[in-house]
Design a protein around this ligand. Structure first.
Ligand SMILES: Nc1nc2c(ncn2[C@@H]2O[C@H](COP(=O)(O)OP(=O)(O)O)[C@@H](O)[C@H]2O)c(=O)[nH]1
Ligand SMILES: [Mg+2]
Length: 470
């Protein structure tokens, strides 16, 4: 972190980094109040180049009650630092799976951007491909491994390339993508998982999510659930065996394999045949497998697509923005078991250790109907000014290409603020910066006001952090 000119408190203490500054403020609230009143922090943040924090500190000046202001400052500044750090790094996904299983389709849908080309041709040459892009200012790299599962001839260099592509800045999540259409685990797939484990070590399994596509191939919910269970079981067993072959002890292999989550998806529909909104499930699961800063980056990249309910009872009726008009709560209930109601904690506390075996659950996320490929509103390249763009109802404009040749709309993801999502976010933030966001008070409304005014990109993500206050 920054180490230029330290901040000197009037009581003689010195903070060299923002973390130290906030720690000092937490210990000595009077000193914090003293410097907040004089706008000293704002000046220092500006000097250090932490514009978001400077903006934030300036914005909370609106809060007349100094006690609340100090509380806001000490509780949320670390969160902003966390988000800023998350935004400055690169979000990195690794995709493994046979050609044609739906890797590109799923990652594009998931990230809300056309990152990897979708197609069904088998690669002629097996070489690692990295797609670098930026989503809402967050650098994103998706590394695809064509050929790795296709029996194409590969050598040690191939895996070295894969490692080089993802390890330079760290890997956030690895998706092993396979299709539900098949019941057997293919030799190619197992070999690929074996090679991958040898190349990356067992640690790659901490970040693994198994994505099972083509759920739409099953019309009956029972048939789908049955296949999902069987396929997950068989794959899990094979993963365990592979891990042992790669040098893991039997216990270790069992523990790792048991912890790998499986998510059934369909790139054709919003819901799986059993009625679950798979995108929310995949989002939640992926978030859980990521290191804290990776989760922060994912939030930052998707912040504009996330929105939050206002804290009214989640399932009983529509709760304000968005979810109310979708009228699908009832439908969801009739098809899938209702989400277990969770008490809203007054104060965040560390979550209980997670059960190793992921239990089936309903997602806390709500997802808009499947978007068509990004809607091209206009492709005006001549001098005529483009017609004013009006986002489709329920969508909002998220990206305008330079000179307005096209406007892309994405789906919104609605997150139930009582769900697991918030807990996961809090957990990540807690791990990353030790920030403990608490006190459901009017101060939080002040945060919302402040965030509405500035720091636009962070709005969704910070709301996610404090979502359950509303
Ligand atoms: N029915 C169905 N088709 C899919 C699904 N996912 C992908 N596809 C189609 O399968 C083909 C290959 O998809 P792609 O994402 O390019 O696969 P990749 O080679 O693994 O990246 C494309 O025609 C997709 O439209 C799915 O879940 N269901
Ligand atoms: Mg592809």
């Amino acid at each position: 972190m920054v180490e230029r000119n330290p901040f000197r408190f009037h009581n003689g203490r010195v903070a060299r980094t923002i973390d130290e500054l906030i720690a000092c403020c937490r210990e000595d609230k009077a000193a914090a109040a003293h410097h907040l009143a004089r706008d000293d922090f704002e000046l220092w943040f500006t000097y250090m180049g932490y514009d978001y924090l400077a903006e934030w500190t300036a914005a909370i000046r609106e809060e007349p009650d100094m006690r609340i202001r100090v509380e806001l400052f000490t509780s949320l500044s670390p969160v902003l630092v966390f988000l800023q750090k998350s935004r400055e790094r690169r979000l990195s996904f690794l995709l493994v799976g046979r050609t044609g299983v739906g890797k590109s389709s799923t990652i594009n849908y998931f990230l809300g951007a056309e990152i990897a080309p979708v197609g069904d041709h088998v690669p002629v040459t097996a070489s690692v491909v990295s797609y670098d892009t930026e989503i809402y200012g967050v650098p994103v790299r998706v590394t695809d491994t064509p050929g790795l599962c296709d029996g194409a001839k590969k050598n040690g260099e191939y895996l070295l390339d894969t490692r080089a592509a993802v390890e330079e800045k760290g890997l956030d999540c690895c998706w092993f993508v396979s299709t539900l259409v098949e019941n057997r685990v293919r030799v190619d797939e197992i070999e690929a998982l074996h090679d991958l484990t040898v190349a990356f070590g067992l640690k790659i399994w901490d970040q693994m999510v198994v994505v099972l596509t083509h759920a739409d191939m099953f019309q009956a919910a029972d048939a789908y659930i049955d296949r999902l269970e069987k396929r997950s079981r068989v794959l899990r067993e094979r993963i365990g065996t592979t891990l042992v072959e790669c040098g893991a002890s039997a216990d270790e292999a069992h523990r790792i394999a048991a912890g790998v989550p499986f998510v059934g998806v369909t790139n054709e529909h919003e819901r799986t045949p059993s009625g679950e909104r798979w995108l929310g499930e995949l989002f939640q699961t992926t978030l859980e497998r990521m290191p804290p800063l990776g989760a922060g980056s994912l939030l930052m990249a998707t912040a504009e697509r996330l929105s939050f309910t206002d804290g009214a009872a989640p399932a009983a009726k529509g709760n304000g923005r968005g979810s109310g008009k979708k009228k699908d709560n009832g439908k969801a209930k009739s098809k899938a078991p209702p989400a277990p109601s969770r008490p809203v904690p007054a104060v965040w506390s560390p979550p209980a250790p997670r059960a190793v075996q992921a239990a089936p659950r309903s997602s806390a996320l709500e997802v808009r109907p499947k978007p068509k490929p990004p809607v091209l509103v206009g492709e005006i390249v001549n001098s005529a000014p483009p017609a004013p763009h009006k986002p489709r109802e329920g969508f909002h404009e998220v990206h305008t290409v330079k000179a307005q040749p096209a406007v892309t709309v994405h789906q919104q993801i609605y997150i139930d603020n009582r769900g697991r999502f918030d807990k996961t976010v809090n957990q990540h933030i807690h791990q990353a910066v030790g920030a403990d966001v608490r006190e459901p008070s009017k101060s939080v409304l002040a945060i919302a006001r402040v965030l509405d005014k500035g720091v636009k990109l962070m709005k969704g993500a910070v709301k996610a952090v404090v979502g359950w206050f509303f």
